[in-house]
Each structure stands twice: as C-alpha cells, then as structure tokens.
Ligand binder design. Structure first.
Ligand code: ZN
Length: 95
C-alpha cells in the first residue's frame, strides 16, 4: 500500500499564531503518523481479488494560517471500480 502525503500551510502566518513553524511540523508529523497507522490497521494485506493490486492513497492536508484549521482530503487510486468500492467500505467501517 502506497501512501503519499502533501501537507502544507496556506495564508500568511499570523504574528500571534497559535502554532509556530516547528510546532506545525510536529503536528504534520503526528497527522502523517495517525493517518498512516489508521489506514495500515484497516487495509493491511487488502488487495484486489481480480488484479492483486493494493490501493494507493494521496492525502492532502492544508493548514490554514488565517483560521488555524487543518483540512484533510483523501484520494484513493485503485486498479478498478469494484476494488475502490470495497476499499471505501473498509475505510468507512468503524474501529
Ligand atoms: Zn482490480
């Protein structure tokens, strides 16, 4: 399973920013770690029944300096639609 991260900040850093750039890096590291371990826990060894391929993930996270919120988007690439549906079902399962 491939997981690619694109985490970045957007907007001007506020002079009284809640997180400085070092703390932001730590937060990004924590975000990468928790997303990766969550996906690996749910999808370890999951491959397409027909094509044998594992899903590929692209995680985009944008931290907005103005409102100090992190926006995270998941993009999943799979060999076929049937496997995509299966992967999404697994991801959306609780636990
Ligand atoms: Zn497939």
């Amino acid at each position: 399973m491939e997981i690619e991260f694109d985490l970045r900040t957007e907007g001007e850093e506020l002079p009284d920013a809640f997180l400085d750039s070092y703390e932001l890096e730590l937060m990004f590291d924590g975000t990468r770690h928790s997303i990766r371990s969550g996906l690996e826990r749910k999808l370890a060894g999951v491959t397409c029944d027909e094509h044998g391929a594992a899903p590929k993930f692209k995680i985009t996270g944008i931290y907005n300096n103005a409102d100090e919120q992190m926006d995270i988007h998941y993009h999943v690439d799979t060999c076929c639609q049937i496997f995509l549906v299966r992967v999404m079902r697994i991801i959306n399962m609780k636990g």
